[in-house]
Design a protein around this ligand. Structure first.
Ligand code: GLP
Length: 237
């Protein structure tokens, strides 16, 4: 793992942008994208740049079950607001939260991932070490699946909703094995609420109880973290 410690999320966004740029300049065409507040500074840097994704494909990690793209809490809506309106891709995939047949949607999404090997996957991290919506205990060999969200994730995400009862209880998420297939992985984490998860991810054992710890086994993973998120690490980075 390549760990880059920055002062704050603004600086992290600049580093994140550089990684997108390098992958694109080397011919990368498929970008795995994430939602949440963490990647926002990187998306902002991309929006303010001359980078052009019009010949590229994006594949998002996850979506809430029950929310369609016009719902302003859906991840599809988030992506339009924060990246796609300014930087459109030739094709953008995101799990269909309104799919009637979940099993069919899951198989369809796995096929999309198989057809479009991801060059760069960007990730945030949950306070419990989850990536995408792969909660602790998710098998490392999992592919796209429906997830029953944990109370801590529902609570953490309730800040985006008017009423905590509105937070969906289920989501569709790329699996751990799908994420690990990406050629390059970039995980960003900012703030002390992520310090425990980051210490376990970098210095703890590789365990399904801390999903992000699998990144220790990836051949090309970069972590951009701020000083607060790095505060529980023992090693020097
Ligand atoms: N599914 C998303 C994750 O992809 C994200 O990494 C996490 C952390 O969100 P934030 O970046 O807002 O802290 O929240 C959600 O659970």
């Amino acid at each position: 793992m390549n760990v880059i410690v920055v002062k704050n999320a603004q600086e992290g966004g600049k580093e994140g942008y550089q990684i997108f740029r390098q992958v694109k300049d080397r011919g990368g065409k498929v970008f795995g994208l994430a939602t949440g507040s963490t990647p926002l500074t990187t998306y902002q840097e991309l929006c303010n740049s001359d980078i052009d994704f019009s010949d590229c494909t994006s594949i998002n990690l996850d979506e809430y079950v029950g929310l369609g793209p016009n719902n302003d809490q859906s991840y599809a809506y988030f992506m339009k607001q924060n990246l796609f309106n300014q930087k459109p891709f030739a094709k953008s995939y995101i799990p269909n939260g309104l799919a009637q047949d979940i099993a069919e949607e899951v198989a369809h999404y796995d096929q999309i991932i198989a057809d479009h090997p991801v060059d760069l996957q960007i990730l945030g991290i949950g306070r419990n070490g989850h990536i995408g919506f792969n909660e602790p205990g998710t098998p490392f060999d999992s592919t796209t699946h429906e997830v029953h969200l944990t109370p801590s994730t529902i609570e953490a995400n309730s800040r985006f909703f008017d009423n905590p009862d509105e937070v969906p209880r289920y989501a569709l998420s790329m699996g751990m094995a799908s994420i690990m297939k990406a050629k390059h992985i970039l995980l960003e984490a900012y703030g002390d609420a992520k310090a425990d998860a980051i210490a376990k991810t970098i210095e703890g054992p590789v365990t399904e109880e801390v999903p992000a710890s699998i990144l220790q086994k990836h051949s090309d993973a970069t972590l951009i973290i701020d000083e607060a998120a790095a505060s529980k690490l023992h090693g020097q980075y």
